[in-house]
Design a protein around this ligand. Structure first.
Ligand SMILES: [Zn+2]
Length: 684
């Protein structure tokens, strides 16, 4: 198998550009269930046409249904998947584990790809996705060459790697900035891109969250040798000329071993942010990765467009074709055309006449049949069975060729549907009653020192980085003692595993997990699992899935309103984040300095309104925290409809912790600045 070149398509023109430039597969969105809700996307008719167009030309189509889906939206997502099955789509890209669960039941024959929004970045995460029923995983963009190689070597399923296009500052699937700052969810395809606005760091970097576009197109042969299955180009919001340039560059890199410099210039011209970066792949992370779109970038685009339009002006003859022409006295002339995927079409024409002067010869037949220009075919082999001394007008030969190819093209677009049976559901959502007494308290502290004397809670977590002494003291004091597994563990999977084993020996046998990578590790080490916010659990199917995976509890998605959350009880104990200075972003590239050796782990960013966002770096990753803590101390009625309540302390002093706990006991709002987060309105 060669490396698949996978191109983005925001609309029918981009599909055409991708196919003509030589993409092996395209991915596109349908209606609103795509992580790019504002791309043109496709409706039923344009999707049908696009899939036929691609299949006729031997190109695969992946449908992106990769958003977090609320209960009431699952039917719509299933309808989209049913249409995709009718069209015999080649794969569906999924983020929501509830939707994944339903699709496995509904269409076992449908190929499922785990979206990069699932933040998978270790072999453990890949293994979890394989077990969950995915055929392919799209890895997090932040991985280095060595990390990709090591995952791809052992992965039980196909691995897809991002090779070109815009970089989010945050690890995909772990970004809440657009949701918390403006109510537009990046996890539902509605990112407002606040990260492209100025965020100033103490090293004077003014756009600390805006990364250049990524490009590792030069390394495609290397990726292929590693066993990577697919090279993904980002850009469903971008114009067809961009798609043409990016696909052509990938094609050249893979087929010829290098990209012509002028093509690379055109690609840069059509879209870049002060050039490209390969910082994650090469491990050269730092301020060199930061860039914004400048005036020069825009003028370069104007020059590049006409050249790129030429690249995809004509059909690409990519489908090999076989012909058998029979011209015999007393029989209609006959041309059979077949491809290498068992499609076959035959056309019949007039009977040949006895030649008066010059008879039809083999060379003339070959010449006419080879004229496949304007079609996606090229002739690989011809079998010409020509009687002696016969004549057939060349126009008849041309007509035979045209008819046979038209019919063959049509057949290639018609495939058997993938069987789809409407799945059963994990019960109807129902508003839950307020419970007697307060919900169980699940509290995460940043350190042991923060925990007040006499404090009691059902579950208390410390970060996995806590010392042996802290963890031992924690387990001695609380029956429900646990560790919070870091969301990011780039290249540190085995180190995290060893820490987990140590924590277990210290008596902390509960784990608060935010990514599937962490779930797999904690599960393997025998921990009792508690889902954290990073798993984005937002519907009953997802809850059913994680219940069956052995979870003891789950925090619901941060972007649900309290009311939406309260309709998700009754499957396993569920909770809502009620307090905490929550992370808006998770980054591998230090947001505060050139690298974390220079950032001292405790910096901040300031936006253009002067709001300060703390940055905390540890363990090879940085978090941009919200400027104010979430606090729902006065929302006791709403919170009491849930089984548990999550409090997330980071750097508060013990006195501050006591103060917050008192607010919750008394049900009053704080006097310090705070936010109610998305508890009232939820997100778009
Ligand atoms: Zn840092």
């Amino acid at each position: 198998m060669s490396l698949e070149i996978l191109a983005p398509a925001g609309g029918p023109e981009a599909v055409k550009a991708a196919v003509r430039a030589g993409a092996d597969a395209v991915y596109l969105g349908y209606s609103s269930f795509s992580a790019r809700a504002s791309a043109t996307n496709f409706d039923e008719q344009t999707l049908t046409e696009a899939v036929h167009y691609c299949h006729q030309r031997g190109v695969k189509v992946h449908l992106a249904l990769n958003t977090i889906v609320r209960d009431e939206e699952l039917d719509g997502a299933l309808e989209a998947a049913r249409l995709a099955c009718d069209l015999s789509i080649d794969a569906v890209i999924v983020q929501d584990m509830g939707l994944c669960r339903l699709l496995k039941q509904a269409a076992p024959g449908l190929s499922l790809h785990a979206s990069t929004q699932l933040s998978v970045h270790t072999l453990a995460g890949v293994q979890w996705m394989a077990k969950a029923g995915f055929d392919r995983v799209v890895l997090a963009r932040e991985l280095s060459r060595e990390e990709i190689a090591s995952i791809a070597r052992k992965s039980p399923i196909e691995v897809e790697v991002f090779v070109h296009g815009a970089l989010c500052a945050s690890v995909s699937g772990q970004c809440y900035m657009s949701a918390f700052l403006g109510g537009r969810s990046g996890n539902r395809g509605r990112c407002a891109q606040p990260c492209r606005l100025p965020f100033q760091a103490s090293d004077r970097c003014r756009n600390a969250l805006s990364l250049k576009d990524y490009s590792i197109i030069d390394h495609l042969r290397e990726l292929h040798a590693m066993g990577v299955a697919s090279a993904k180009i980002e850009g469903r919001m971008k114009r067809p000329e961009y798609v043409a340039a990016a696909v052509s560059a990938c094609r050249a890199s893979l087929d010829e071993g290098k990209v012509p410099p002028d093509l690379m210039e055109h690609l840069k011209g059509v879209f870049s942010r002060s050039g490209f970066t390969d910082g994650y792949y090469t491990g050269r992370r730092g301020r060199n990765m930061v860039g914004i779109r400048q005036k020069e970038d825009v003028t370069a685009a104007q020059r590049a467009l006409p050249v790129l339009q030429k690249l995809v002006a004509a059909e690409r003859p990519a489908v090999p074709l076989h012909f058998r022409l029979t011209v015999k006295e007393g029989h209609p002339s006959c041309l059979t055309a077949w491809d290498e995927e068992q499609y076959q079409a035959t056309a019949e024409g007039p009977q040949p006449q006895l030649a008066q002067s010059r008879a039809l010869d083999r060379q003339s037949c070959e010449k006419q049949l080879k004229k496949t220009g304007g079609t996606p075919f090229f002739v690989r082999e011809m079998d010409i069975r020509l009687g002696e001394g016969l004549n057939l007008p060349l126009s008849s030969l041309n007509a035979l060729r045209r008819q046979a190819l038209e019919r063959l093209l049509q057949l290639r677009g018609e495939r058997n549907p993938i069987p789809f049976v409407w799945p059963g559901r994990a019960g109807k959502p129902a508003p839950s009653e307020p419970k007697k007494g307060s919900p169980a308290l699940y509290v995460r502290f940043g350190s042991l020192d923060q925990i007040p004397e006499g404090f009691e809670a059902q579950m208390v977590f410390l970060p996995l980085t806590a010392s042996k002494g802290e963890l031992t003291a924690l387990s001695a004091r609380f029956p429900g003692a646990g560790v919070e597994v870091p969301r990011a563990m780039f290249g540190r999977e085995e180190a995290v595993r060893r820490r987990l084993q140590e924590a277990w020996r210290c008596g902390c046998c509960h784990a608060l997990v935010h990514t599937w990578d962490g779930v797999r590790l904690a599960c393997e080490e025998g921990f009792t699992l508690h889902g954290g916010f990073g798993l984005a659990t937002a519907n009953r199917e997802a809850l059913q899935e994680i219940k069956e995976a052995g979870f003891a509890s789950a925090a619901l998605w941060l972007e649900l309103s309290l009311q939406q959350a309260s309709r998700l009880t009754g499957i396993l104990p569920v909770g809502y984040y009620a307090y905490g200075r929550l992370p808006l972003m998770l980054m591998r590239n230090c947001p505060a300095a050139d690298n974390c050796k220079k950032c001292d782990g405790r910096q901040s960013l300031t936006d253009r309104k002067g709001t300060v966002f703390p940055v905390r770096c540890a363990g090879g990753a940085g978090e941009v925290l919200n400027s104010v803590p979430l606090c729902l101390a006065d929302r006791t009625d709403g919170l009491s409809r849930l089984d548990l309540m999550h409090l997330h302390f980071t750097e508060e002093t013990r006195e501050e912790v006591e103060h917050v706990l008192r607010l919750f006991r008394e049900g009053i709002p704080p006097s310090f600045s705070f936010t109610r987060g998305l508890s009232q309105k939820g997100v778009l």
